[in-house]
Design a protein around this ligand. Structure first.
Ligand code: NG6
Ligand code: CA
Length: 530
């Protein structure tokens, strides 16, 4: 080979090396790409988004899917009719705070004596090291958010509302929070985003006091002329937007929420959250404020139910659910998102304001076939609407499996391949996906520190002191001097106390209940509604 030929050969050789190398790179790149595509799909199916839509005081019978005919809830019904509609779905308690505590932590609320209706100034009742649904999901790579009602306390006592408030939702597992602190009828009437009051003017600081009014401030007792909504019981402290509230608030004018816009505001928050996090697995706890008091439908919903504000805000909430679902659909997320729809406790009509809830009820039955209501140990207190929906994954079914919101933690953990389990929270994933009708064997329910026991179709309500009826809200609380024993199989309305006819069953139920309930926090407090 002459020198010229040699150079040519060398050039050719190096060219072919380059060509071969490039081909190899391309092949390996496309392989890698394919692999990452496969991995991504796998990731996606094992990490579906999870959304819990939680209403406040919505009764079992308040939705069409559960038999309501006088009120229209087409969007919630669509979830129920195309998903699993549970006929034995429970909140763990007949009031808000304990139910929310159990939902998020998977722990029976009566184990924590602070889990009861909280004022807006109460400290956080979830331990910051405790397991929660969002914390468990964080561990599996999820982004987690809450938009809506919190009511689980904030800070450690003596909250300064003018500084970042901590601990709160962000310290128990939520990466993002946009909340109202307590309830719509309690001060402070402001939104809080990641611990900071939204729109607060530092020159107009917020002060809150649940005992004493601030000097010179109007209130619901002395200034009836300022009220656009009249109080019936309680709710006679600071007047905000013409509505008298629980607790006194001074300052924070620019930050105060608009009641009639609250539903739209939370909806937008929930939609924005979804849009922002659609490219990663997310968990959203969307906690609507309806139909809790004060019922303040946006003007476009006023009169839509013919039942006054309570009916109107249910129509409004249903519309919000429909709009939220549209967002999931538009973002292409429906087939990769598990939706749980349920309520924190049963229904109440007059919960402290004159708002025609009783007068305009007509033939509507918010509690469905059940006895009692919010605050009650009878079924209507805790036996609530409960739906799971997942397009393409869950087949439509009506399930009579006994399930409780407390079970979501362990069940969702199973869904996302997490090893986390919490004792009180039963892993019932197959029931939640509608693949099995096996639920819990039994459940302890709670109402203002009193507990009762369901096992199979049987319900035991132990004797409790206190009035049988709360006259303010006109709800039977379940208190009786005697044991009550019901069989829901043929007595959903708990009309026939079988205790004295079936002493053996009574005895068995008492034993099972006592063993399970133990003696923790058994000092009973009476429900006080002023
Ligand atoms: C009660 C309130 C009631 C409601 C409830 C909490 C009075 C007279 N009644 O004390 O209106 O706010 O607390 O409801 O103040 S819950 O759904 O958040 O548990
Ligand atoms: Ca509630």
């Amino acid at each position: 080979m002459g020198p010229n030929k040699m150079i040519k050969f060398m050039k050719l050789k190096s060219l072919s090396i380059i060509v071969v190398a490039s081909v190899l790179t391309v092949i390996s790149y496309s392989c890698k790409n394919q692999k990452s595509k496969v991995e991504k799909t796998k990731d996606k199916s094992s990490k579906p988004n999870i959304v819990v839509i939680y209403t406040d005081d919505l009764g079992y019978g308040d939705i069409g899917a559960n038999g309501a005919t006088e009120i229209k809830t087409p969007n919630i019904d669509a979830l129920a009719n195309e998903g699993v509609r549970f006929t034995n779905g429970y909140a763990s308690s007949a009031t808000c705070t304990p139910s929310r505590y159990a939902l998020l932590t998977g722990v029976y609320p009566w184990r924590n004596k602070r889990a009861k209706i909280l004022p807006g100034t109460a400290p956080l009742i979830i331990d910051t090291t405790q397991m929660t649904i969002p914390r468990m999901l964080n561990g599996q790579g999820y982004h987690t958010g809450i938009v809506g009602k919190w009511h689980l306390g904030l800070g450690t006592g003596n909250v300064n509302w003018n500084e970042t408030i901590s601990p709160g939702p962000n310290e128990v597992g939520f990466n993002y929070s946009y909340i109202m602190a307590a309830t719509q009828d309690r001060v402070p009437t402001v939104y809080i985003e990641n611990g900071d009051v939204v729109g607060l003017d530092p020159n107009d600081p917020i002060e809150i006091d649940y005992k004493n009014n601030f000097e010179g401030q109007s209130n619901g007792v002395d200034n009836p002329e300022l009220l656009t909504m009249k109080w019936h019981h309680g709710h006679n402290s600071s007047i905000i937007n013409g509505i008298p509230r629980i607790g006194y608030m001074k300052g924070g004018e620019a930050a105060k929420w608009s009641d009639v816009d609250m539903a739209d505001h939370f909806l937008k928050g929930a939609q924005d959250y979804v849009k922002k996090h659609k490219d990663e697995p997310f968990f959203l706890y969307y906690a609507l404020q309806q139909p809790h008091v004060p019922r303040t439908p946006h003007p476009r919903f006023v009169g839509t139910s013919g039942m006054g504000p309570r009916g109107d805000v249910i129509v409004e909430a249903d519309w919000m659910v429909g709009e939220f679902m549209k967002t999931l659909e538009e973002e292409g997320l429906l087939e990769n998102t598990l939706i749980v729809f349920t309520s924190d406790n049963g229904p109440v009509l007059n919960d402290g304001y004159y708002d025609d809830a009783v007068e305009k009820l007509g033939d509507h039955t918010p509690a469905g076939p059940f006895r009692g209501g919010k605050y009650s140990l009878f079924e209507a207190g805790t036996h609530v609407p409960f739906i799971t929906y997942w397009k393409g994954k869950i087949q439509p079914v009506v399930s009579d499996a006994l399930v409780c919101q407390m079970d979501l933690l362990s069940s969702i953990a199973k869904l996302v391949d997490s090893d986390v389990r919490v004792d009180d929270s039963e892993e019932l994933l197959n029931a939640f996906l509608g693949e099995s009708k096996d639920g819990r064997k039994d459940l302890i329910i709670e109402a203002t520190t009193r507990t009762a026991y369901r096992n199979g179709d049987w319900v035991l309500i132990p004797p409790f002191k206190g009035p049988a009826l709360n006259k303010h809200v006109n709800i039977e609380l379940g208190n009786s001097k005697k044991f009550q024993l019901y069989n829901l199989k043929d007595d959903l309305g708990q009309q026939n106390n079988l205790a004295k006819y079936n002493p053996e069953k009574l005895d068995e139920m008492i034993k099972l209940y006592t063993a399970k309930r133990g003696t923790a926090n058994t000092k009973v407090e009476q429900l006080e509604l002023k």
